[in-house]
Design a protein around this ligand. Structure first.
Ligand SMILES: NC(=O)CC[C@H](N)C(=O)O
Length: 361
């Protein structure tokens, strides 16, 4: 093994874990959260929804298939969910210094260093995850010797403004014109839309998209507390007066819920995994879904004309909502997956079906 530097992970409850560095060597603070997916670290690390978070992998061996190449397709990276790593740091148990995959271009450690993101291995991630499950997600910091820093709570900031685009960008040339409100969108949402004969107009999070002529509105995933994203909620509120189809994912679901008049709240430790079971309300259909969220809609606060669309079978939290008469729906989970199971990708087809219906009116 190469000569590695040691660093400490310090939790706000005072717990200290000592680990070894395999990424960039700088101290960093954020919210410590765990995810239980066994694969998909290139996708997870580049998911903008992880902004401000120190990510703990419960799967013990990470890095063994390296990091894919950076080819582009339709103006976005083919194998990443955005242009850079968004997690604040990565905490794992066993780091594979050796890697092998037909598509691997570099090691996970080198990629973290390039992106100036710290990574620690040799941490007892099982003990750490037990603490986070029992006490809830908490603030934490990685401290390298001689580089003390304070704790920092990312959820007190508007993180969406940091990860959204600055200017409007257009993708594809399909028949259905979809405005994509970019709150920190994952590339696979764009890919899923483009596969369905769309032109995607990606707008900044606070852009009043109601001024754009389009056939449908898509509200993306994104980081942080949905209560910090008031401008988007106001713009979505205006769109609810009309009947133009709307679909939202994750943060987009929470913003749709808030625009409808409902409330959101923070979950104890959130859902971050590939195997979250959700039941479609009014049916006996259960889907296994990919998830990454720390907040949820309190569906008891939804007004009369809205109803739950999915519920989580593990903890009964809300997993999606729909309007009772208008073509508006959203999910707390990720139908675009990437990474994770693709069983609910049909929801994109439902959105396009709504668009076609609306266009005929
Ligand atoms: N993936 C997401 O869009 C996450 C939404 C929100 N930031 C949450 O943690 O609940």
């Amino acid at each position: 093994m190469q000569n590695v530097q040691k660093a400490k992970l310090i939790l706000e409850d005072g717990t200290v874990f000592e680990g070894k560095s395999f990424g960039y060597e700088k101290s960093i603070a954020g919210e410590v959260v765990f995810y239980t997916a066994m694969t998909g670290y290139p996708e997870s690390l580049t998911d903008p929804s992880y902004t401000g978070q120190i990510l703990v992998s419960t799967y013990p061996m990470i890095g063994n298939y390296g990091v894919p190449n950076d080819v582009e397709e339709d103006g976005i990276f083919r194998y990443f969910e955005s242009d850079k790593i968004h997690v604040s740091a990565l905490i794992i148990s066993d780091y594979s210094f050796e890697y092998s995959h037909w598509n691997a271009m570099k090691s996970l450690g080198d990629w973290l260093k390039e992106n100036e993101v710290p990574g620690l291995f040799d941490i007892d991630t099982r003990a750490l995850t037990k603490i986070l499950r029992e006490k809830g997600s908490m603030l934490g910091k990685i401290v390298f010797e001689g580089n003390e820093i304070d704790f920092y709570d990312p959820n007190e900031e508007n993180l969406v403004s940091r990860v959204s685009v600055d200017d409007i960008q257009t993708y594809g040339n399909g028949d259905h014109k979809v405005v994509l409100v970019d709150c920190g969108v994952k590339n696979n949402i764009i890919r899923c839309l483009l596969r369905r004969n769309t032109t995607v107009i990606r707008v900044p999070w606070d852009y009043d998209f109601n001024t754009i002529e389009c056939d449908g509105i898509f509200l993306s995933n994104g980081p942080g507390d949905p209560a910090m994203v008031q401008e988007t909620v106001e713009n979505v509120g205006k769109a609810l007066d009309d009947v133009k189809p709307i679909m939202g994912i994750c943060l987009g679901n929470q913003l749709l819920g808030r625009a409808a008049g409902g409330d959101t709240y923070k979950l104890k430790y959130g859902h971050r995994s590939h195997n979250q079971p959700v039941l479609m309300t009014g049916t006996d259909k259960c889907y296994i879904t990919s998830q990454n969220h720390g907040y949820a809609i309190d569906d008891k606060t939804l007004p009369e004309d809205w109803e739950p669309l999915f519920v989580n079978v593990n903890d009964q939290t809300n997993e999606g909502i729909r309007h009772k008469t208008k073509p508006f729906f959203s999910t707390q989970f990720h139908p675009e997956a990437s990474s994770g199971p693709v069983d609910t990708e049909f929801l994109f087809d439902d959105f396009i079906t709504n668009i076609k219906k609306y266009k005929k009116q």
